[in-house]
Design a protein around this ligand. Structure first.
Ligand code: FCB
Length: 440
C-alpha cells in the first residue's frame, strides 16, 4: 500500500439505527425507521432494527474491536429519538448518557469520536408534524444539535451534521423505498431545503459551542452518460444536479443548482436562508460506493433513468466495483468547487459480500480486501493529484441492518451472527489492521 500523510485519519463508520437495537430502552422515543421497518412489506424478510447488533449493550466489546483494529477514529451516529424522544419536548438524559459513556470509552483508547447527528432516524413525532417537509424540523434539529454539543462538546471536536441527505431525500421522500416511505417524486424538493437549513443552523449551534471541525457528509457519484447522444448527456447533467449538486452547491456556493431554482419561486427559500446554509465548513464528508450510468427517461416519472454498468465486478448488492470512481469523484469535486472546497474526509466506503464462515470459523472475504485495496489506491492517486483528503472511514465495522435490505447485505469488517450476537473479525479486518500498522 502506498503511504498516506502521517496525520491522515483512519476510521470506520456505523449508524445508530443500524447497530444499536434497544429501541425501547432508557426512554428512547420511536423513530421513522421503527415505524417503517414494522410496516409489512417495507423491509426484506420483515427485518427490523429492534435488536440489530445489540450495540447498545455490547458497545464496550465493539470499542475493543476498534482498538484491536488500530483505527484512529470512529464515526458513529447519535439517535435523535434517544436524546429528544418526541423531537420537540424534554431532553432525555439517559439517552445522552449512552453517548457520554461511548465517547469516554473511545477517548480512553485514543480513538477520536466523530459523531453524525442525523443518520436518517427522525423522531416519529416530528414526522407526524410533517417531517423534513416542515420548516420547523430544521429548527428542532438545531436545538437537538445544541443539546448534544452541550453534553459532549468538551470531548468531541469533530462533528457531522447530516448523513447523505440526497439518499434520505430520494429514497425516503421521492421514491418511498426508505423511511418515511413517501413517494412525492419531484415534490419532495422542499424537504431538501429544510434539510439544508437544518444543517446550516446546526453548524452555527455547534460553532457557538466551540466545535473545532464541522462537516456535512454527502454521497457523491461520478455520473456517466449511457451514450454520447444529446438526450443522454442532458439527462446525466440533470442527474448530476440532483445527486451531487443539490446538497453541495447551496452549502459551498450559497445557491441552488438550476433545476432546483423553483424552490425560491415557491417561496420556500426565505431571505437569509442561503447564508445560513452556506455557513463555512471546516471539512466535507464524502461517501463513495460506485459510479452511476444515466440515460434519458423512457417515459418514467423522472427525467433520467439509471442503467447498469457492465464489465466490472459487482458487490453482493449488485453495485458495480469501480475503484477509480473514487479518484474521479474527488478530482471532480476539486475541479467544480476549486477554492470553495474544504478539506475532505471519505466518511464511508466499503462493500457487501457473501460472507459464509469457513469450517475453521474464519470469514475469508477476499472480495472486500480487493475492494478496499483498490479504493485506497485510487484515493492515494487523488491525493497525489492534489486533492486535500484528510481521512478515510470504512463502511462498516460490523455487519448490520442495511435499511430496506434488512440483514441480507453484510458490509462489516466483523461478522455478526444475528442469532448469538457473536462477533468474528473477518480476513479484511486483519488485512486493514496490517495496512494501518504499516505492515502492508
Ligand atoms: C450508505 C449509508 C449507510 C449504509 C451504506 C451501505 O448510503 O449511509 O448507512 O447503508 O450506504
Amino acid at each position: 500500500m502506498p503511504s498516506f500523510p502521517p496525520d491522515f485519519l483512519w476510521g470506520v463508520s456505523t449508524a445508530a439505527y443500524q447497530i444499536e437495537g434497544a429501541v425501547h430502552e432508557d426512554g428512547r422515543g420511536a423513530s421513522i425507521w421503527d415505524t417503517f421497518s414494522h410496516s409489512p412489506g417495507r423491509v426484506r424478510d420483515g427485518d427490523t432494527g429492534d435488536i440489530a447488533c445489540d450495540h447498545y449493550h455490547r458497545w464496550e466489546e465493539d470499542v475493543e474491536l476498534l482498538a484491536e483494529l488500530g483505527v484512529g477514529a470512529y464515526r458513529f451516529s447519535i439517535a435523535w429519538p434517544r436524546v429528544r424522544p418526541d423531537g420537540a419536548g424534554p431532553v432525555n438524559g439517559r439517552g445522552l448518557d449512552f453517548y457520554d459513556r461511548l465517547v469516554d470509552g473511545l477517548l480512553v483508547r485514543g480513538i477520536v469520536p466523530v459523531p453524525t447527528l442525523f443518520h436518517w432516524d427522525l423522531p416519529q413525532a416530528l414526522e407526524d408534524a410533517g417531517g423534513w417537509l416542515a420548516r420547523d424540523t430544521a429548527e428542532r434539529f438545531a436545538e437537538y444539535a445544541a443539546v448534544v454539543a452541550d453534553r459532549l462538546g468538551d470531548r468531541v471536536a469533530r462533528w457531522i451534521t447530516l448523513n447523505e441527505p440526497i439518499v434520505h431525500l430520494a429514497q425516503g421522500y421521492a421514491f418511498g423505498t426508505h423511511a418515511p416511505g413517501r413517494e412525492l417524486l419531484m415534490d419532495a424538493l422542499p424537504a431538501a431545503h429544510h434539510l439544508l437549513l437544518g444543517h446550516g443552523l446546526a453548524v452555527r449551534a455547534l460553532r457557538a459551542r466551540g466545535a473545532a471541525e464541522v462537516m456535512i457528509t454527502n454521497n457523491c457519484t461520478p455520473v456517466w452518460p449511457a451514450s454520447d447522444g444529446e438526450a443522454d448527456v442532458a439527462a446525466a447533467a440533470v442527474y448530476d444536479g440532483f445527486h451531487n449538486r443539490l446538497f453541495l452547491d447551496p452549502v459551498l456556493r450559497g445557491e441552488y443548482p438550476p433545476f432546483a431554482a423553483a424552490l425560491s419561486d415557491a417561496g420556500l427559500v426565505r431571505d437569509g436562508d442561503l447564508d445560513v446554509i452556506a455557513t463555512p465548513l471546516d471539512a466535507l464528508g464524502l461517501n463513495y460506493y460506485n459510479p452511476t450510468r444515466i440515460k434519458a427517461a423512457d417515459g418514467g416519472p423522472m427525467p433520467f433513468e439509471t442503467v447498469g454498468i457492465e464489465g466490472v465486478p459487482q458487490t453482493a448488492f449488485g453495485w458495480p466495483v469501480v475503484p477509480d470512481g473514487l479518484r474521479e469523484v474527488l478530482t471532480g469535486l476539486r475541479d467544480r468547487y476549486a477554492g470553495a472546497l474544504p478539506p475532505i474526509y471519505v466518511t464511508e466506503n466499503g462493500c457487501s459480500t457473501v460472507d459464509i464462515p469457513a469450517p475453521d470459523g474464519r470469514v475469508h472475504d477476499g472480495a472486500r480486501i480487493d475492494y478496499l485495496d483498490g479504493h485506497l489506491r485510487a484515493l492515494h492517486a487523488a491525493i497525489t493529484e492534489g486533492v486535500d483528503v484528510r481521512g478515510y472511514f470504512v463502511w462498516s465495522l460490523l455487519d448490520n441492518f442495511e435499511w430496506a435490505e434488512g440483514y441480507s447485505q453484510r458490509f462489516g469488517l466483523v461478522r455478526v451472527d444475528f442469532d448469538t450476537q457473536r462477533r468474528t473479525p473477518k480476513d479484511s479486518f486483519a488485512w486493514l489492521r496490517a495496512v494501518l500498522s504499516g505492515r502492508r
